[in-house]
Design a binder for this molecule. Structure first.
Ligand SMILES: Cc1cc2nc3c(=O)[nH]c(=O)nc-3n(C[C@H](O)[C@H](O)[C@H](O)COP(=O)(O)OP(=O)(O)OC[C@H]3O[C@@H](n4cnc5c(N)ncnc54)[C@H](O)[C@@H]3O)c2cc1C
Ligand code: SF4
Length: 488
């Protein structure tokens, strides 16, 4: 696969970013596309490594060496067919996936891995540019009706697969537009929303019906949905924010990250929002939480005109390289610096926030932190201890809580009599994605907890197979690793 000596001849080359001063002036994507010859060289770096460990690194089982080889040979349409055979939305993952495949790449043992994610994005963009992404309208309809609740990547993937199987699919979405966290969580500078809209057009042309402002269980009764469909796939995400119940958490200026991000994405899209405005303009911002959501808050704060941005992480600073206890090809917990971090945020690790400080009017003016130490004995859970005498006051007038998510909303589970699992997500076995109520399936974050887009697409595809099998007794939809080559 690729050029047999490619990995010896060509160095890894990733996309450049526009300079920070320029990119923070707007919310547009800021990557600089590689030339076609450079992309071919990157595809050529894929080795004929015998066992492509990258396959197992990718939750979708993408056929990576095959599309790398096609890119190396300049056969972009073939690459697009291979890629779409296992991934409904490579334009999302090509921009947003943390690329566990690259960690598992054999070249990554002692070299920079193949730039798989970037190759994927470019294949998807070529496919749209050249009109190769065409609606796949099923030849026969089965007469069965399926409701998909939630239009994030899991719901969209499930809907597309089920529609391909010939079922009549309706997607219910409570927001005013389709996309889930792709639209209202992830900022435009990571993925502009026309990327969702152009895919949505194809899904609509394929015959999938989308009903927005449709909050099932609230303004649409679940009983009605149940009555009108032969099966339901729940893809409602894992939306319950973790709280920080410390003194001062009620102050004006302390906000959940998701309130800040979704409001800004609506603002950028010219949509109205009813809540009070949250703005980082001219403020000293502290983002509490060092994950993806925290990083998105940092980039958004800079674009809103923050005076300064500090980022706190309670975990200790990870090492830049893999450590011996996290061997290749596994996903390592190593220090990651995102493009948003690099826009000027200061980062602190092993730090815990103890109290928010307010003025007489109830406005946030600062916070108190303490340093913490982690001890980890083999076979036991890591222990966190505060280090006495390390309390510190920081001035700030906006604090954004990006502390992760504790599980899924329970309304639909209660109304349908569904079991929850120990992590407050809706229980459904990975063997068939079916809940304890026959005909009701669950996929994506709502089943596995807050995760990744690539996992959501994978779960949506897998769940669709089992829904189809439940409805028809058998299914020709592909399962992971089986591919589905001719379709885009
Ligand atoms: C800020 C942020 C940034 C992220 N960045 C990345 C990233 O860069 N890369 C990555 O791989 N992952 C990222 N993730 C994670 C990723 O976005 C999620 O794992 C993924 O979107 C989950 O997809 P999903 O379809 O299961 O759920 P969601 O995307 O959460 O979609 C669920 C949808 O269901 C709708 N819904 C819920 N209940 C109902 C109901 N009762 N009736 C109708 N509609 C309903 C919701 O409105 C929502 O639109 C990020 C997450 C966050 C919060
Ligand atoms: S979807 Fe993610 S893990 Fe899979 S090949 Fe693409 S970048 Fe790699």
């Amino acid at each position: 696969m690729g050029k047999i000596t490619g990995f010896l001849e060509f160095k890894s080359k990733s996309e450049d970013y526009e300079p920070v001063e320029k990119r923070v002036e707007n919310y547009k994507e800021f990557t600089v596309k590689l030339k076609e010859s450079e992309l071919k060289d990157q595809g050529a770096r894929c080795m004929d490594c015998g066992i492509p460990f990258c396959h197992s690194g990718c939750p979708l089982g993408n056929l990576i060496p095959d599309f790398n080889d096609a890119v190396y040979q300049g056969k972009w349409q073939k690459a697009a067919e291979i890629l779409h055979g296992t991934n409904n939305f490579p334009e999302f993952t090509g921009r947003l996936c943390p690329a566990p495949c690259e960690e598992a790449c054999v070249l990554n043992i002692n070299e920079d891995p193949v730039t798989i994610e970037n190759i994927e994005k470019n294949i998807a963009e070529e496919a749209f540019k050249n009109g190769w992404v065409k609606p796949q309208i099923p030849e026969h309809r089965t007469g069965k009706k399926v409701a998909v609740i939630g239009s994030g990547p899991a719901g969209l993937a499930a809907a597309q697969q089920l529609n391909r199987a010939g079922h009549e699919v309706t997607v219910y979405e409570r927001d005013e537009k389709v996309g889930g966290l792709l639209r209202y969580g992830i900022p435009d500078f990571k993925m502009e929303k026309n990327v969702i809209d152009r895919r949505l057009e194809v899904l609509e042309q394929e015959g999938i019906k989308f009903i927005t402002n449709a909050h099932v269980g609230k303004n649409i009764a679940i009983e009605e949905v149940k009555l009108n469909h032969d099966s339901i796939v729940l893809c409602g995400g894992a939306t319950i924010n973790r709280q920080l119940p410390i003194k001062g958490a009620h102050l004006k200026g302390v906000h959940q990250a998701m309130d800040f991000l979704s409001q800004n994405n609506r603002r950028v899209d010219g949509l109205k929002f009813s809540e009070n405005e949250i703005s980082a303009k001219g403020k000293n911002v502290v983002v509490i939480g060092g994950g993806d959501t925290g990083s998105d808050c940092i980039g958004t704060s800079f674009r809103q005109g923050a005076e300064s941005v500090l980022n706190f992480e309670i975990l200790k600073k990870a090492s830049v390289d893999r450590t011996a206890d996290q061997p290749w090809p596994y996903w390592p917990m190593k220090l990651r610096t995102t493009s948003s971090h690099a826009e000027g945020a200061e980062r602190e690790w092993s730090i815990s926030t103890k109290e928010f400080l307010g003025d007489a009017q109830g406005n946030l003016v600062g916070l108190i932190t303490t340093e913490v130490e982690w001890t980890h004995k083999l076979g036991e859970r890591p222990l966190l201890e505060e280090i006495p005498g390390t309390d510190k006051r920081w001035d700030c007038d906006l604090a954004l809580l990006a502390l992760g998510f504790t599980g899924s909303e329970t309304t639909l589970a209660e109304q349908l009599g569904l079991k929850m699992d120990a992590r407050t997500n809706i229980h459904a076995s990975v063997n068939d994605y079916q809940s304890n109520v026959p005909g009701i399936f669950v996929a994506g974050d709502m089943r596995r907890g807050q995760s990744l887009i690539v996992w959501a697409i994978s779960e949506g595809r897998e769940a669709a197979y089992y829904v189809d099998k439940y409805l028809m007794g058998t299914s020709e939809l592909p399962l992971k690793g089986e591919g589905d080559l001719p379709r885009i």
